[in-house]
Design a protein. Structure first.
Length: 84
């Protein structure tokens, strides 16, 4: 067994150890029928992966178009008549 690779049966039998390794060392890979199936990672690593890199306001502030003035004006003309 490679240090961070676990066969599914071993992962089941030694789940506490698997979790401990994922928390304190590195992501742990579980294989099923000899193929990599899943990765067990610590909650800290997971939060880094799913955390947005920036919020929407910062995204628009960093946009190349942030310095341009965009006029958002609605047309106030009366709409045309149509026959139904």
């Amino acid at each position: 067994m490679i240090e961070n690779h676990w066969q599914l049966q071993d992962a089941k039998n030694k789940f506490s150890n698997l979790v401990e390794q994922a928390q304190h060392k590195c992501p742990q890979i579980v294989t099923k029928h000899g193929k990599e199936a899943v990765v067990i990672i610590s909650i800290e690593e997971y939060k880094k992966l799913v955390k947005p890199k920036s919020n929407i306001v910062k995204f628009f502030q960093k946009s190349p178009l942030a310095t341009y003035y965009i006029e958002l004006k609605r047309n106030t003309d009366i709409p045309r008549d149509i026959e139904l």
